[in-house]
Design a protein around this ligand. Sequence first.
Ligand SMILES: Nc1ncnc2c1ncn2[C@@H]1O[C@H](COP(=O)(O)OP(=O)(O)OP(=O)(O)O)[C@@H](O)[C@H]1O
Length: 704
Amino acid sequence: MPADVPELTREREFLTEARAQLGRMRERVAALDGRYAGDRVSADVLEATLARRMEQLTDDPEIPLFFGRITARSEGGGSSDGTETFHIGRRHVSDPDGEPMVVDWRAPVSTPFYRATPKEPMGITARRRYGFARGHLTGFEDEPLGSADGDAAGPGAPARSEILEAEIERPRTGPMRDIVATIQPEQDVIVRMPLERTLVVQGAPGTGKTAVGLHRAAYLLYAHREQLTRRGVLVVGPNKSFLRYIRDVLPALGEIHARQATIEEVVGTHAPVRATEPADVATLKGDGRMAEVLRAAVWSHVRMPQDTLVLPRGSRRWRVPAYEAREAVEQVRARDVRYALGAAQLRHALAHRVLVQIEESGDALDDTAWDALARTKPVRDYAAAVWPAVEPRRLLFRLLSEPGFLAECAAGVLSDAEQRLLAWDRPPRSPGAARWTTADLVLLDEVADLLDRAESVAHIVVDEAQDLSAMMLRALGRRAATGSLTVLGDLAQATTPWAADDWADVLGHLAKPDGHVEQLTAGFRVPADVIELAARLLPRIAPGLEPPTAVRRARGQLVLTEAPLADVLPDVVRREGSVGLIVPDAAVAEVRTVLAGAGLTFAVVGETDGPGDQPIDQPDDQPGDQPDEEPRTEFDAHLELVPASLAKGLEFDHVVLHDPAGIVAAEPDRATGLRRLYVCLTRAVTSLVVRHDGDLPPELGRTD
Ligand SMILES: Nc1ncnc2c1ncn2[C@@H]1O[C@H](COP(=O)(O)OP(=O)(O)OP(=O)(O)O)[C@@H](O)[C@H]1O
């Protein structure tokens, strides 16, 4: 970094001034209040808007207000050399005249900060990056990119940036942080893709998929603020621990209006999950063919009318003969509407036939007569007998407990053996007594959508999407029916028996066949030596996929040892940065005792409840509820004990991987076991110790 002291002083003064202006903007917002709104509803709306603004303007002194600056050729205005500068930060700050002091990283003017190269300077002549330590400006680095008269600085790659490298190499602690200061060009292209685009981001471990997906959500919320806050943004992650791990990223970017949920929570409105089931049953329930079975089951309720509808009115009785009623049913069915809407339309179609007869008899009826006729008891009863109401739980209960009904609905779709697999061994007494599984909830969600169209949000970011079944993907796809999705995943990290092995299939199940696949290849997490070890599994678990190219300078420390855990840990735990001890799920209890015996303090991933479970768009208005000293999530601990099944998506500075053979053996088949091992091996940022009992999986090859 250059020791340009006067310039550094100027930048520090600018920072102080920008902070003061941000404070002024906050005060102005705080001085406004909902009382000035005309009525109660607009007062609530205004208050909520103000609360959001306040949140955005929160100036955490530890978080740099800006992290970069670009010098752009100016068209009129600007300084005497024909350029103007823009400081780029997490949020917009303006001076009392409304002139921007810091521009939001998402504003179009900021794009060249992320993407300009000496070859394609995008209208800027220089890029500056700032170094900060605990919110204090420590230095800056300049990179010339082109001349003021429009010439490129020359061919070649962007200059090496120490600040960028320091950020990438920084020791990891606590939950996930934003990467807004160092988003790379190929990542930025994904972040700023148009809202209408559904994307799949395939990338090896640590290539920044999660980070990119969250920054894309923040970008879209900025670029389409009104539409997205009104229609909603949903972030779907693999489990609650993972959601706790990422929950601070969007708020740090000033965004609090995104719901974060697991797939179980997304479909959980129908019933609670109360049971698990064998993998083959869950896999079959997740198969896309189940959608056909459920559709047949729902529509099997419609019966062709056999009787005349008789509607007494005054002294007369009006009749709709069965053949006319059948015609009405056929016409409604041909419209291909949702089942519940079809029922309403049938009532109206029957009522219409009566209405015509009454009018032909010379009776004058007013505008409300049609509706009123449709609501009469004879019409409702007749329609309900022909087109009965369907309740999702009752329907699934019948399918899983009545082999005859299942056979009727699954004919030509599921084999006899598959039908036997689906059927409950010991059916519960009633739908209310059923112990539903996650896969059942997804089926209930499909039924609910066959009855009544699910509401769509504007955008869904779904992480670890390779692990979702076809039916789960359909549940998400319909929630983005009028919106779009950002789908993040890595086929090599698939660990569910129903996982996808092709992104085109995933897009098909999401009903977004035109979505397209982007790849990220630069690995920001895993050091080269560790990648080399993990990549030995790739030919076996995902033959077509490449390992990431490590961008970390340090090759990392990799140790394979048979020493007891109690001997390995103390040395690792003394190091700077977070430590993750990944063990087979079944070994958690035993290892917990070892850790306690060694006098080590630790948290267990997956065991934190409470605040982390709340979707972040729910106002957290009892800040005093949690004792100060209580960690907000398990990720505030220095040492974390991680069951292998919860390691996905997480990272730690130092990882001790205990019993790789046990991790592989815990899965239903070897390929899934090796993929689980691949996930666990790729959590380390700086060092990895693999502790084994001389039984390393042979697929890891020679390790000496
Ligand atoms: N441009 C970047 N600058 C600095 N750090 C980055 C950048 N991109 C990603 N990272 C860091 O790399 C690490 C891995 O990122 P992330 O968890 O998003 O990867 P991933 O592809 O989702 O990994 P996995 O497949 O294991 O879930 C994180 O610490 C993230 O902050």
